[in-house]
Design a protein around this ligand. Sequence first.
Ligand code: SAH
Length: 473
Amino acid sequence: MFSKNQIVPVTIEDISDTGEGIGHVDGFTLFVSRAVPGDTVRARILKAKKTYAIAKAEEVLTPAPGRVAPECPVAGSCGGCQLSFLAYESQLALKQKKVEDCIRRIGGFADVPVLPIIGMEEPRAYRNKGQFPVGTAGLGFYAGHSHRIVPTASCGMLWPGHEEILSAVREYLAESGAKPYDEETGRGLVRHVLMRKGFATGEIVVCLVVNGTEIPAPETLWERLRKVEGVVGLCLNVNREKTNVILGDRLIPLFGKASVTDCIGDVKFEISPMSFYQVNPVQTKVLYDTALAYAGLTGSETVWDLYCGIGTISLFLAKAAKKVYGVEIVPEAIENAKENARINGLANAEFYVGAAEEVFPRLVKENPAIGADVIVVDPPRKGCDEKLLTTMLAMAPGRIVYVSCDPATLARDLKVLCAEGYRLERVQPVDQFPGSVHVESIALLQRMSNTRSKEITLDVDMEDYHRIKSEGR
Ligand code: SAH
């Protein structure tokens, strides 16, 4: 057992999902921040438990191959870029290994190709969205694994110029007397500053998350913000809960536009601050092009895009498909999706709001002839709901394209699908988040022709469904 503040030398063997180096000493597992696989470090124990301990690297004894001095002045204290101590090539190698390990060990796919990860040419200033917490300590970022705010003026992963927005907000806070939110007491007003930029259009919308429904003298903030190049709107988001979740569920537009316009390829999107939108536009194009290629559309297919957000993948595929259905849980995102279908003149895309695992089976039940030739899923980190996987199997699409931001839940779900008649063709990792430990992957599954579709708890007459389908709708 270790004691607090004890110093131990440890060699880092692996990296955790949240970016700490993992090493073992005398049968104990150490999670060491500021350390990467291949390093041997002197680690200071911060918290000791029965079987593991949390520690911080205080000195590098032997550096990992690929270890570099981070460019960012707040590397190590900011919780954002856990891999800033590694050269970009080494970051990519680590992510490649993570995806391969999950696919082989969790999924049990020994021979399926995991293609070489697609990285960025310029892995900096790529993010189109910033979210900065505001608290009694100031406006900045969270230190790793805590809600301690470290004041900061800028982030090297965001577009150059975003720091002007931060200073405008900082000046406004000082002048207006709007109180920062205090997580301990639940008092105070301003909780977060959110900003999103459409890289293709240059438009920026700023959103303050507040513990209330108004801010003092909002026009003085707007006067400052509108001078920043690109800023087209200011909104409030109301979050009065004592919670770690950043956004509340009400948006109050104050000045200018309440959504940002952006384009990916030749598809145009309106994006509310309430909606999810991929943060790395360059790599998103790569991801969606891959999704389109994997979907293998000829123009006659019915496609489902589950967890569709603002309908990005749906609309990307709609041009090449007969019909696309999108399902998403956030109402504002579905409003965006419908509007996006309209502005792109894509009349063959239809969107539904609700949990995919509820809405998809319900729609199939209501209309057994609805069909699914290709299903695309892009769930949050926890992966697909079991009920959804069951419905997907029951629908027996020829192809499933699985976009994932967590290779462990991806591998788990692929295993379920492949136990019931699908073959995993390949997995393509794409680096959407340079600097961070996270990695995106996209997988293609083909239905094997000799399998019967699963007759399951759907409460739908699947025989009827397949008869109608084979008769041609
Ligand atoms: N495909 C989109 C969004 C992917 S992010 C894109 O590329 O932009 C995952 C999305 O799933 C988010 O928009 C989130 O709001 C939504 N979501 C989370 N849980 C859900 C559920 N149970 N059913 C449907 N959508 C859900």
